[in-house]
Write a protein that binds this ligand. Sequence first.
Ligand code: HEC
Length: 219
Amino acid sequence: MKLGTATTRIALAHLFVAALLLPFPVHADDDSQLAEGARVFSTVAGVGCKTCHGEYAEGDVGVGPYIRGATEGAIRAAIDATGEMIVIKSAITEDEIKAVSAYVGSLGTMQAVRTLAKRGRFLPAEVSIRPGTAVQLIIQNSSIQPHTFKSDNLGIGEFVVAGRSSGSVEWRAPEAEAEFSLYCTDCKLKDQFFTVRVAASAKEFRPVVSVSSATDDAM
Ligand code: HEC
């Protein structure tokens, strides 16, 4: 009996290890699908979704609306029925629809936080984020030169943003209140910081589950 119990325990331990290992390959798949989705989002049909919906799907171009977090159902419905999106309809493949849906959906789980870097100054210079919030930190580089941004405490390493464009990094705020900062290593002003304040009093970010729930219900 004792042996039996021990064997069971070993078997359970194996199951447990298997369960722990399982997420890794699944995650790798997810990552490549998200990368493919990002590619579709910026290039499909030679225009990409971003031309009309904005580089980060925020609806900031003035053509298509904010679609961060839009579901596959809403995206399919839009491709089928939106006149402006006709160019997409004839070019996009089934796999590309799935990939771009995963990507747009993942954007909806992150709060988009923007700052404009101008000669080393940041506008805004500070943001407040609720603890535990997943963030897509977007840095717009107003200079024609590429610039390098760095943080000593965000844990994201150095990254370069090309001239007159933007770059983003994904980051999750800790559960405890804290302050983080980021700076430009090669700008004119080197003593300026972009501060990310993690505070319980910050406005809550609500992940977008569905842009057009009415459309999804009908499907
Ligand atoms: C040429 C411009 C253009 C392109 C390219 C484009 N869209 Fe759109 N899209 C629009 C416009 C305009 C609307 C709004 C239509 C309306 O409100 O009737 C829209 C609507 C949508 C909606 C519905 C939003 C809502 O609130 O219901 C989704 C989802 C969407 N687009 C996703 C995408 C995706 C994903 C891509 C790329 C695969 C894409 N669009 C490419 C212009 C575009």
